[in-house]
Design a protein around this ligand. Sequence first.
Ligand code: FCB
Length: 454
Amino acid sequence: MTFKLDSNSKLMQPEFTFGVATAAFQIEGANTTDNRCPSIWDTFCAQPGKVLGGDDGSVACDHYNLWLEDIDMIESLGVDAYRLSIAWPRIISDIDGTVNAKGLAFYDKIIDELNRRNIKVFVTLYHWDLPQYLEDQGGWLSRDTVSAFVKYAQVISEHFQDRIYSYATFNEPWCSAYLGYQYGVHAPGHTSRKEGLQAAHHLLLAHGLGVEEIRKHTTAAQVGIVLNFTPGYSATQSVEDIRATQIYNDYNSHWYIQPLMQGSYPESIQVLYPSEMPSIEAGDMQAINTPIDFLGINFYTRYVVEAPGADCIEDFQQVSQQHTGAEHTHIGWEIHAPALYRLLTELNQRYALPPIYITENGAACDDHLIDGEVNDLQRCHYLQQHLQMVDKAIVDGVDIRGYFAWSLMDNFEWAEGYSKRFGLVHVDYSTQKRTLKKSALNFKALLNSRSHIA
Ligand code: FCB
């Protein structure tokens, strides 16, 4: 199968941006090279049982060394943009605030090369790799980390200015806060709801103050944030399930987007967990509510939600995905493309949204390299269906400016280690050989079929 979009589709017009995405810790490796300091993910990986197979980020895709051939590969796909993240531990490598020139030099090479090839540079400042020295002082539970982030944002934006087309302060604060501080499955591995909510508040505050800082040093660059959404659907029409689903959506989606768009946290969560509310200082909510130039949306799947069972730690629970009869990817996530359309149109109705970019969308598949080919049909179908939903949402009035496939290549998938492959490009970790999968070839064909591409 090949990807098909009508040539009149909004996605095929010159102003629509197509790209591929990665993140520093997941691809770079070289985690002790050129003065990079340890991050919370290095520490987490070193703890037995935290990451599948005991995998870590010491080598990953060796992108630190292979960056130039990786840019060749990105260019060969015909994309308009590349979304990468900058590793904070490479830039401010010491608690005394020392700026590491070698770290800046690494990203200078990449960013200059992308600009030279007319590939728009979308940068995320924080894709989860907090310097360990900050975690040692309390991490995202401490307001000092907010100030440290603003300082880091200053260093980056002063240095790169408008060489970066789009700055996202944070990738998925939900993951950093809840997976990191409440559910314990991501670094730093804490397990407290109160901490999760406090970390979320500090991440959002760092975003708002970071936006103001970046704007001081840039003129044309767009500044925004990337949120992840896994919309909840009620399992039944029972009052209990519907209520649980509302709580689920308020807790997981609106806790992040509502303060950004409206400067307040959802009432339902404040009523439900009064003793676990974060400490909020005067001016915080206004800072979080600072206008942004774009909102990045990452979408993979939905959850079917029901009222909590006996030993459930939340006021909602996910219906076991094993029994729904739906198709799932290799990581166990249901494939349900219409949820992307519904998410985009519902958010658009509820909030006065800035322009939207789909900053991540993709699938982990059980890929096999056979005779030099990876015939990843499930991923091809997945991407095709989701692109159609983006198209439909645009037709129905949502201002979506771009779409990034996650990911350029297979990489370190956090707690799943290297066992889950999200790439359009296959990586053989023993040789670092890259092979374009069928999905990459289809993506490339789609991009090249655009009429404005000579
Ligand atoms: C997102 C992350 C990204 C990747 C994908 C599969 O939550 O932003 O780094 O791991 O999931």
